[in-house]
Design a binder for this molecule. Structure first.
Ligand code: COI
Length: 335
C-alpha cells in the first residue's frame, strides 16, 4: 500500500470572529475557545483529511470506543507573542515527541511531525489575534487524539481522530497552592501509563482531588503506591523541592509526566549554577528538611500552571508551611 505523505491542510475560515466577546483584561482559564479548530482522521492505516474549520461541536456515535475504554491522549502547550507581535511556540517539538510516546503506550497510531507541527503553526497563525499579550497570559493549545471505532469490545481501535483547538488563558492557580500528600489513592505504578498524557490518568484523580478540596487543599502530591513514601508528581504539575541550596525533583521513572516546563526549569537552573538532582525523593526527606530549616522552597511546574509555589504541604495531620516560599525563585526568576 502506498503511504500518504501529502498532508495538505484544507482551510475553511469562520465567517464571523467571536473575538469581541473576550475581555482580554479578564481571561478565565480554559473557558473561551478561539475561532478555529483542526481535524484529521486516521482510517485504512493512514492519516487523512487534514482540515482547519470553524470551532464547533462534533458529532460522535454513543458506541465510540474512546468513550468506553479511554483510548484518548492529549497535549498542552502555549503560544506567545514576541516583541514584534509575531506568534511564538514554546518548544513544540517536545510536545510532539511526548504525544507520540503517549500514542505508542495507548496503542494508537503515531502522528507524522509534519501534521502535528504544521497544523499547530497554521491554526495559531490564523487565530493570532487571540494570543493575549497581557502578563501571565498566553494562547493555550490543546492537541488531542481519540479512538473512533464504533464497537463494543476491548481491542485497539482502527480509526482515530486528531484535533487541535486553542484558547486564550490567564493564570491557572491565582495564588500559591495548598498540597495534600496522598496516603490512600495512587495515580501511577511502575509499568503503568503514568508517563503518558492519557485522558484516564486525569479522570482517575478527580475523586481524590474532590475530597482534598473539601478539606481545603488545591491539589494532591502523589506518592508511589507501595509504601506511599516516594514523591511522584502533583496532578497538574511536576514537583520540585529546594533543600539546602540543591534543587531536587523526582526522576523520570515512567510513573510521572516528562514535563516540558520541568525540563526547562532544570536546564535554566543548571545554567544559573544551581545543583539540580533528578532522583527519588521521599516525603520524609522533605519533612526532615522542613524541621531542620533546610527546606527553602517547594513548587510545581507545568504548561498550564507555569510555576506554582506550594503554600503548604499537608502530611499525616501536619501542615508544612512555606512562609518564605517565594524566596528562592524570586531571586532566580526562570521566566
Ligand atoms: C497542562 O499543563 O497543559 C496540562 O495538561 C495540565 C492540565 C490543564 C490538565
Amino acid at each position: 500500500m502506498e503511504v500518504n505523505t501529502n498532508f495538505e491542510i484544507r482551510i475553511r475560515k469562520s465567517e464571523v470572529s467571536r473575538i469581541d466577546s473576550l475581555d482580554f483584561n479578564n481571561i478565565p482559564f480554559g473557558k473561551v475557545f478561539s475561532d478555529h479548530m483542526f481535524s484529521a482522521d486516521y482510517y485504512d492505516g493512514e492519516w487523512r483529511d487534514c482540515e482547519i474549520l470553524p470551532f464547533s461541536k462534533i458529532s460522535i456515535s454513543p458506541s465510540m470506543t474512546a468513550l468506553h475504554y479511554g483510548q484518548a491522549i492529549f497535549e498542552g502547550m502555549k503560544a506567545f507573542k514576541d516583541m514584534e507581535g509575531n506568534p511564538q511556540l514554546f518548544r513544540p517539538e517536545q510536545n510532539f515527541t511526548r504525544f507520540n510516546n503517549s500514542a505508542h503506550r495507548m496503542a494508537m497510531p503515531e502522528l507524522p511531525e509534519e501534521i502535528f507541527i504544521s497544523a499547530i503553526k497554521e491554526i495559531v497563525s490564523l487565530d493570532r489575534d487571540w494570543i493575549p499579550s497581557q502578563p501571565n497570559c498566553a494562547l493555550y493549545i490543546r492537541p488531542f487524539m481519540f479512538a473512533t471505532d464504533e464497537f463494543i469490545g476491548i481491542k485497539p481501535s482502527d480509526n482515530f481522530k486528531f484535533m487541535i483547538f486553542t484558547c486564550p488563558v490567564g493564570i491557572y492557580y491565582p495564588k500559591p497552592v495548598k498540597i495534600l500528600v496522598s496516603e490512600q489513592y495512587v495515580r501511577a505504578f511502575p509499568g503503568g501509563a503514568g508517563f503518558a498524557k492519557a485522558a484516564g490518568n486525569y479522570g482517575a484523580t478527580l475523586l481524590p482531588i474532590k475530597e482534598a478540596r473539601t478539606d481545603g487543599y488545591d491539589q494532591i502530591l502523589w506518592m508511589e503506591g507501595g509504601k506511599f513514601k516516594f514523591i511522584q508528581e502533583s496532578g497538574t504539575m511536576n514537583a520540585f523541592f529546594m533543600i539546602d541550596d540543591v534543587l531536587i525533583t523526582p526522576e523520570l521513572d515512567g510513573t510521572i509526566l516528562d514535563g516540558v516546563t520541568r525540563n526547562s526549569v532544570i536546564q535554566l537552573m543548571k545554567d544559573k549554577g544551581v545543583t539540580v538532582e533528578e532522583r527519588p525523593i521521599s516525603i520524609d526527606e522533605v519533612v526532615d528538611a522542613y524541621h531542620t530549616r533546610k527546606l527553602q522552597d517547594a513548587f510545581g511546574t507545568g504548561t498550564a500552571v507555569t510555576i506554582a509555589h506550594f503554600e503548604s504541604i499537608g502530611y499525616k495531620g501536619e501542615e508544612i508551611m512555606l512562609p518564605h516560599c517565594h524566596r528562592f525563585l524570586s531571586r532566580n526568576q526562570v521566566q
